[in-house]
Write a new protein. Structure first.
Length: 317
């Protein structure tokens, strides 16, 4: 399906050096902010108190959040779980205050606004659990990266695998750089969004790489640059349809999903935008600079000439 078809190829690779210079500067800034400011980790990573409360009617999350915030908890997480009447509250650890004392103070404030609220469960999440979650998250990221490299190397060629993983890591680091610069809260949901962006970006790269391989077979007189430009141009309509629909859904979560989905949707929004950019200007350009050729993707077929003495050699039935 195509909304439009561009008859003349757009010379993307002509300006590849400029776009990659911009990418390098953006990447360097992201790394700088990650080391200078660091990530603002959520309670899931740093430890704190987890409370589950229940209301007789649908809970007003905004009111619950503002009530808890007035008590000095600036990093509180409030969200529904199960039903609209059940609320989960995550409180950061405070020096000199136990988990029981935190939950008692919060329940007293909540009961002052809504006497029908009841405490279902409370528990303390220690820093050790947060460290384990961080390590597990890094392991998951590493497994995804290795899997992508192996998949692309087997399906295409190692040059495409290298270029795609550089482009995908470029997207991940830039997302983390945004969170470090603005000090947005980095939670498990955001980590899930980062992993989703990795898969999303590689999908776009695979589409372009597939078209490049197809073009090498179809247009034997084209140069590598012309083949890549044609591949990107011919997939623009598909890119607009796919990413446009996805972005509409993600923006709806960002605008109307509330505090719970806000940073998850923000990470996806940044990742989708940079994923399109990196697949076109980073992955394809790096593959070109690595010297990908027709011979890398299309192996010559060995012809079996048979026995020269065969009487039937060359006979047509």
């Amino acid at each position: 399906m195509e909304f439009f078809k561009i008859k003349k190829d757009i010379p993307f690779m002509k300006n590849a050096l400029v776009f990659n210079a911009v990418s390098f500067v953006t990447f360097a800034l992201a790394v700088f902010f990650l080391f200078s400011r660091g990530l603002h980790l959520s309670v899931e990573f740093t430890g704190g108190t987890l409370m589950e409360v229940s209301y007789t009617q649908s809970a007003d999350l905004g009111k619950v959040r503002s009530t808890v915030a007035t008590m000095g908890f600036s990093e509180v997480q409030v969200q529904n779980f199960g039903t609209a009447r059940d609320v989960m509250i995550r409180l950061p650890a405070q020096k000199g205050v136990s988990s029981a004392q935190q939950s008692e103070k919060v329940m007293a404030a909540l009961k002052a606004d809504a006497p029908d609220v009841t405490l279902r469960r409370t528990e303390f999440v220690g820093p050790q659990v947060g460290d384990e979650l961080a390590v597990d998250g890094l392991k998951a990221l590493a497994f995804v990266v290795v899997g992508i490299v192996l998949y692309l190397a087997i399906r295409f060629e190692w040059k495409f695998a290298v270029s795609a993983i550089i482009a995908n890591l470029h997207d991940v680091v830039i997302i983390l750089g945004f969170f470090a610069f603005f000090q947005w809260e980095f939670s498990l949901a955001v980590l899930a969004a980062v992993l989703a962006v990795l898969g999303y970006s590689v999908n776009e790269s695979v589409v372009i790489f597939d078209r490049i391989r197809e073009n090498f077979r179809r247009f034997r007189k084209m140069s590598t640059v012309e083949v890549i430009d044609n591949a990107i141009t011919s997939t623009i309509s598909r890119t607009i349809i796919t990413h446009g629909c996805t972005q509409i859904m993600v923006l709806s979560m960002l605008l109307f999903g509330g505090e719970t989905l806000h940073y998850f949707a923000m990470a996806l929004t940044i990742g989708i935008c940079f994923g399109i950019y990196s697949s076109v200007f980073v992955a394809a350009a790096i593959a070109m600079w690595l010297g990908v050729t027709r011979e890398d993707l299309i192996k010559p077929v060995k012809k079996d000439d048979g026995d020269p003495s065969d009487e039937n050699r060359g006979a047509v039935v």
